[in-house]
Write a protein that binds this ligand. Structure first.
Ligand SMILES: [Fe+2]
Length: 388
């Protein structure tokens, strides 16, 4: 996240004396990625962020994954998963590999404080609203928002009261999530041909300044989940600056790139992380060559597994495949996929699409988690047969 921001109070020069009204020093914290060689932020706490009173192991539900064997394309109906719990502890793992974990959350509870020490998180809000409270400040969220939460950022979810649960697709990466490099200038500014720009990225606007003692923070790490009991509330930051902070982008601010003939999926790319790309398929005009075929061609993804999360719209190329709102399809490497029978002809002459979908491609094969096993549509592999 290269865009420099600052909020709250900070001293004019880093690593210099910055005193509280009572004369004591604020506690400066450098939060930096890749050692001291990548994006970082400086945060100024009222109390030392290092003071822990207790450390406890936390038991978590086993989310065992199994290989996609025998190899097959798959369809998961996430709206068939049971609702309950909060967005930290009640995630159903759908798919996972060494680089990424893709989970689904449906529930109505606000969460405890949490940080993911294993990597960044991208949370796509399908339904519901609330506030993401973080050590950097708060971010409101609503349907269509991508919340981008850097590794080790302490945060929690405060959900708005509603009759409907919050639904979210969650991507955890082992590396850091950012804009595609090809859209960035040498110094990190989003270029003119990028489908979104800095104005579309929203960050916290003011510090939270919470107070409290003996505050629990759940820490996800390679060994499992641990609970830290902080002596002071970690949201005691009076100001911060830098290029590392949680932020959000609405999928509705992603400006689609279109062409006379079918544009390949990279034009929809929104983010990247090591071994992973994220694309946004948004309402757009279809191809305008007089003989254009708007439906995608059949496709062998030689080096990737493709995951598509169907959010809203008509899902033109999947007619007859049982795809519904909240569906997730997995088209693995080694399998040739394409539009279902009849949808190529049906697409000709159409002026546009209202589809809204999020695609996550991984360059290593994905294993299946319990959320996939619990929501699988067993007939999906045969939906490309004529006259089925
Ligand atoms: Fe594809």
């Amino acid at each position: 996240m290269p865009h420099y921001r600052t909020i709250g109070e900070i001293p004019p020069k880093r690593h210099t004396q910055f005193r509280q009204p009572d004369g004591s020093l604020y506690a400066e914290e450098l939060m930096g990625e890749e050692g001291f060689s990548f994006d970082s932020a400086l945060l100024y706490h009222r109390n030392p962020p290092t003071a822990l009173k207790a450390i406890e192991a936390v038991e978590t539900e086993d989310q065992e994954t199994t290989p996609n064997h025998p190899l097959r394309p798959r369809h998961f109906r996430t709206h068939h998963l049971k609702a309950g719990g909060n967005a930290v502890m009640a995630r159903s793992v759908l798919l996972a590999n060494e680089d990424a974990t893709i989970s689904y959350f449906v529930g109505s509870d606000s969460s405890d404080l949490y940080k993911n020490a294993t990597g960044d998180e991208m949370v796509f809000i399908e339904q519901g609203s609330g506030t993401l409270e973080t050590v950097f400040g708060a971010l409101r969220f609503e349907p269509g928002d991508y919340l981008l939460i850097p590794a080790s950022t302490i945060h929690r979810y405060e959900l708005d009261p509603s009759d409907e649960p919050v639904r979210a697709l969650i991507l955890e990466t082992r590396g850091h999530i950012g804009p595609p490099r090809r859209y960035l200038s040498r110094n990190g500014q989003l270029l003119e041909h990028a489908p979104y720009c800095e104005r579309d990225l929203h960050a916290p606007m003011s510090p939270l300044l919470r107070e409290g003692d003996n505050v629990e923070v759940l820490v996800k790490h390679r060994g499992g989940m641990t609970r830290f009991i902080h002596e002071h509330h970690p949201f005691d930051v009076v100001g911060w600056d830098g290029c590392l902070y949680p932020h959000k982008l609405s999928i509705h601010d992603f400006e689609p790139i279109t062409g006379r003939v079918h544009q390949p999926p990279p034009v929809h790319q929104t983010f990247e992380a090591p071994g992973v790309v994220v694309c946004s398929f948004v309402p757009r005009l279809f191809d305008y060559h007089p003989l254009a075929i708007p439906a995608p061609y059949n496709h062998s993804n030689v080096d990737s597994d493709e995951v598509l999360f169907y959010v809203d719209g008509d899902f033109m190329s999947r007619k007859g495949a049982g795809i519904e709102k909240g569906s997730v399809s997995l088209h693995p490497g080694g399998h040739t996929h394409g539009p279902q029978p009849g949808s190529v002809e049906a697409s000709i002459g159409k002026g546009g699409t209202e589809e809204l979908a999020v695609m996550i491609d991984t360059f290593r094969p994905l294993d299946l988690g319990p959320g996939a096993r619990d929501s699988q549509d067993d007939g999906y592999a045969w939906t490309w047969l004529e006259g089925r």
